[in-house]
Every structure is written in C-alpha cells, then in structure tokens.
Design a protein around this ligand. Sequence first.
Ligand code: NAD
Length: 358
Amino acid sequence: MTARILVMPGDGVGPEICREAVRVLETLAHDHGLDIELEEALVGGAAIDAAGDPLPESSLVAAREADAILFGAIGGPAWDSQPRDKRPESGLLRLRSELELFANLRPAILYPQLAYASALKPEIVSGLDIMIVRELTGGIYFGKPAGTLTNDQGHREAFNTMRYDEVEIERIGRRAFEIAGARNGRLCSVDKANVLDVSQLWRDVMNELAADYPQVSLTHMYVDNAAMQMVRAPKQFDTVVTGNLFGDILSDAAAMLTGSIGMLPSASMDRHGKGMYEPVHGSAPDIAGQGVANPLAAILSVAMLLRYSLKRGDLADKVESAVGYALDRGLRTRDIMDHETQVASTQEMGGAIVDMLR
Ligand code: NAD
C-alpha cells in the first residue's frame, strides 16, 4: 500500500534540510521500490505569513491524513514578538497534541568518526548510543491548574501542576519496553520518586509493566543522579524512559554529548505507530539561506520514519550506513568540521548520501 508522507519544511534552515531529506526518499522510491506519495504543507512562521495561523486547518487535516510526517524546523526572530498563540512554536505544540504524539524518541548517537566534536573525552563518549523515550503530551507542561495570581500578601505567585494518570504512564512505558526489547534489553526509568508523588506512581506502574516484558531488565534512577551519570559515564545507558520535564532536560544534555546538534534526529509517535519525524535542532536563523546547514539530522529522521512508521528497517539501515560512509570519506558540513576533513555544503552532503543509496 502506498504510504502518504507529509513534508512540513517550516522556517529558517527547515526548507533547506527537508529538500535533502526528500531527495533521499525519492531515491529510495526510484531505486529501491519504496512505495510513497509525498505532499507538502505549511507550518510555523511560513504559515503565519501565508495564512495568519502557525497551523492552518488545511495543514492539520493533511497531517491527520498522512501515514507519517517529516518536519523541518520552525521559528525565527521575525515572529518572536507575536502573541503566544500566533507564534510558530504554538503550531508545533498544537500539532503534537492534536495528533496525540505522546512518545518522543530521541536517540543520542555519537558516530566514532565525530568523537572529536564532543566536549567530553573520546573514551567516555565514542560509540555512544542512547535512546531517550520522553513522554510528550502530559506532565507539568500541560497539567492544570496552572497560572499566575496575586496572593493574600499582595505578592505575584505562579504555579504549574505535575500530574500523570496511570493510563498515560502505561502507554509510554509499554512503548519504552518494546523499544528496549528491540535494542539491548536494558531500560532505565528516570523519576524523582524520593520527593514527588507523581514519580512514585510512575515508578509503581513501570514495575508492574516489567512483568509483561521478561526480556527487558528494568532499573530506576533519580533524575538528579541521571543528570550526573549522563556526563560521568553515559555509555552505561541504553534505553531511558522518563516524563515530559525530565526528558526535555536530559535529552538535551545527551544530545550535547555528541557535540553536533546537526546530526540528531527524533520521532514523536501516537499509539498506532504514526509518527512525526524531525531534527532535534531549531530553524538556525543565523545560518539560514547560506547552504551550510547540516542535513544529516533530517536525513537520519527519514531513517527513523522508515523504521518506525513504514516498518522498513532494511531501508533505514541503508540510509544510516550511507551516513556512516559519507563521514568515513571525510565529508563534513561546517558544524562538524575538523581540520583534516572536506567542507561540504548542505546540498553536497545530501548529494553524497543520495549517490551512496544509488
Ligand atoms: P537552533 O537549534 O536553531 O540553533 C542553535 C545553534 O545550532 C545555532 O548556532 C545554529 O546555527 C546551529 N545549528 C542548528 N541546526 C544546525 C544544522 N542543521 N547545521 C548546522 N548548524 C546548526 O536553536 P536556537 O538558535 O535556540 O533557535 C532558533 C529558532 O528555532 C528559535 O525561533 C527557536 O524557537 C526555534 N526552535 C525550533 C525547534 C523546532 O522546530 N523543533 C526546536 C528548537 C528551537
């Protein structure tokens, strides 16, 4: 059956990197029999300029109808002074919550060829391969009540609520156990159960689920210790599962272990395996339009799309191998340069991957 893929390039470097990712998809369709239909929709600042809304109804409908979404990046200084609901970011948040993309998968992989790019010593990070599974549609970012008020003493006061029900914990937990089972069978659940009631429930549900996944060994870690271990000995982690707030922070820390934001893909998935795939980085307005952005995060997002939504792990492996091979050949965009390698433009890097896939 033909898979419908919606491309949402967005702003800044989004369209540049998506162009290369689309070339990869088209090559797989042409040379490897991948059966897809591509469509494009506006999102973010580009959609505000064209339609006055960061997520126009037509884009939301197209996103609902697609089997998978390839997303570029949104945002930029031109829209920063807009009211919150008219900012590019609110388009992305709405898309995630409308599609119920509750499971965010963020791999932090350090290609051995790029060990020099990390701020940590190569022996600590070389060969790093962590998968962080973050709950994306609940927790303190969405919990009610939330707001600001003037309290009885006449002081300004603000509050947010961290809450999870067991159904939300179970669905992210099951996804994490499945992913850990398909990797090395080690799952670390990160919480703050020594202080927070919501974390105690999180831990209890994870322990209950463990009985259904005997092939996975489950451990628990408090979030403060996890932050410390992530920079002390990150290779001890394989798959990590955590809530929205802790996952936001830990996945950025893990990303930085790799030293190269231009290399990191991500997936956000619903309960049926439909996913939105996007680079971890933003719209990089400082380099937009110069043809220097690294397209590999977007291309590796295509690999995740193939593996998780289209169930074409064989083609995902091909894309990932092509990336490794390009790095072996010494090709580097400016963000991952060292002095012995060759500088490639966005288009040259994309072209190298396409050539290898052919
Ligand atoms: P950013 O990720 O856009 O950029 C951070 C730094 O990394 C910049 O120096 C940039 O040049 C560099 N960089 C990012 N992607 C790169 C790539 N592919 N190749 C080479 N270098 C790259 O983060 P920021 O500067 O904090 O944010 C810029 C805009 O992006 C803001 O409007 C922000 O709200 C938005 N943003 C969007 C998303 C998203 O779309 N999911 C995520 C984060 C930030």
